[in-house]
Design a protein around this ligand. Structure first.
Ligand SMILES: [Zn+2]
Length: 69
């Protein structure tokens, strides 16, 4: 497994494998249906819909973090 990029969540510096978008902790803050959309887009070869889903996932994590403060 190659640890090639940083978790996509804002301010997170955890290294994650290239096939994962975020570290485990942040990934599970993303609503289930959105995670499904990210996976589907990833397997289609990271198309436009994938990037839309990723942006939405990053927002969802940010909202989740903000609500805890
Ligand atoms: Zn993270």
């Amino acid at each position: 497994m190659s640890y090639s990029h940083k978790c996509e969540a804002q301010g997170c510096t955890k290294r994650v494998p290239s096939e994962m978008l975020m570290c485990r902790r942040h990934w599970f803050m993303v609503p289930k249906d959105l995670r499904g959309r990210v996976w589907a887009g990833y397997h289609r070869g990271m198309d436009d819909e994938y990037h839309v889903a990723v942006a939405a996932a990053v927002d969802a994590v940010q909202a989740c973090e903000a609500s805890k403060r």
